[in-house]
Design a protein around this ligand. Structure first.
Ligand code: GLP
Length: 240
C-alpha cells in the first residue's frame, strides 16, 4: 500500500492523473476501470488536458465503470453514463463502443448477468480508479455483514442517499437502488487508485489508517489486500 498525502484537491488530482497517464503512455491499449462522483473530476480534467496536449491518446483505450443508478435513463444528467460522457468520453478520442457501464437491458437480473459476462470478457484492468463513500463504501458496495463478489443490485443506505443528494434537486429524487460491480470485480486490476478528498471522507480515512482488521462493515478496509494499491488523499481527508 502506498499512501500519498497531498496538500489539496488539485495536487491529489494531478498525482492520480499522472499515474493513469503513465499507464496509457506505456500501453496505448490500456484497460481502465473508471469511477464517478465529485472526487475524480479533477483527475479527468488533467487527463483531458494531457490528451489535448498530445501526451496521451485514447484511440485504443477501453474502459469499464464501477456502477450506475437503477431507474435512471442514460441521457439523464444524473446518470453515471452522462457523467462519464461529460467529464471524459466526449472530450477525448476514446471509441465509445469500447466504454462500458452497467446498464438496464432486460430485467434487472438479466442486466446483472450481462454486466458480469462483459466484465469477464473484458478481463483484468491495468488500473481501477476508486472513490470511497463517507461510510467506507466501495463502488456501491455498502457496509454489510456480507459483501458481493460480483455485479449486483444494491439497496442504497440512507447515508449514501443523503451523501449523494447534493447532486439532485431533493433527497427524494435520489434513486434507491444501483447496479454495482462487486468487490472482486472492483479489485480486478493490476493497480488500484483509491482517491479521497475533503472533510467528509476523514472519518473513513482515519478509520482505515488505524485499523488492522478487514471488515465487511467497512468495505474500504479490503483495499489493504490489493498487492499494488495507491491511496491518494488530500490533507482535509487525512487530517480532518
Ligand atoms: C458514489 C459512487 C462511488 C463513489 C462515491 C463517492 O456513491 N458509487 O463509487 O466513490 O459516490 O463520491 P464522491 O466522490 O462524490 O464523494
Amino acid at each position: 500500500m502506498k499512501i500519498i498525502v497531498c496538500d489539496d484537491y488539485d495536487q491529489m488530482s494531478k498525482k492520480a492523473s499522472e499515474i493513469v497517464s503513465d499507464i496509457i503512455k506505456e500501453n496505448p491499449k490500456a484497460k481502465l476501470g473508471l469511477a464517478t462522483g465529485s472526487t475524480p473530476v479533477g483527475m479527468y480534467e488533467n487527463l483531458v488536458k494531457d490528451y489535448e496536449d498530445g501526451k496521451i491518446d485514447f484511440k485504443e483505450v477501453s474502459s469499464v465503470n464501477l456502477d450506475e443508478y437503477v431507474g435512471i435513463d442514460k441521457d439523464n444528467p444524473q446518470s453515471y453514463q452522462y457523467f462519464m460522457n461529460e467529464h471524459l468520453f466526449d472530450k477525448v478520442n476514446i471509441n465509445k463502443e469500447n466504454t462500458h457501464l452497467p446498464k438496464e437491458d432486460g430485467s434487472l437480473e438479466e442486466s446483472v448477468k450481462k454486466y458480469d459476462k462483459l466484465l469477464e470478457e473484458f478481463g483484468q484492468r491495468d488500473v481501477q480508479v476508486l472513490g470511497i463513500g463517507p461510510n467506507g463504501h466501495i463502488a456501491f458496495n455498502e457496509p454489510d455483514d456480507k459483501l458481493n463478489m460480483h455485479t449486483s443490485i444494491i439497496n442504497l443506505k440512507e447515508e449514501t442517499i443523503e451523501a449523494n443528494s447534493r447532486f439532485f434537486d431533493s433527497k427524494e429524487d435520489v434513486p434507491k437502488q444501483a447496479m454495482s460491480m462487486g468487490m472482486a470485480d472492483a479489485f480486478n486490476a493490476k493497480t488500484l487508485l483509491v482517491l479521497a478528498s475533503g472533510k467528509n471522507k476523514h472519518k473513513a480515512v482515519e478509520k482505515f489508517m488505524h485499523t488492522d482488521k478487514i471488515e465487511t462493515m467497512f468495505p474500504m478496509s479490503f483495499i489493504a489486500l490489493h498487492p499494488n494499491c495507491y491511496l491518494i488523499v488530500d490533507k482535509q481527508a487525512y487530517e480532518g
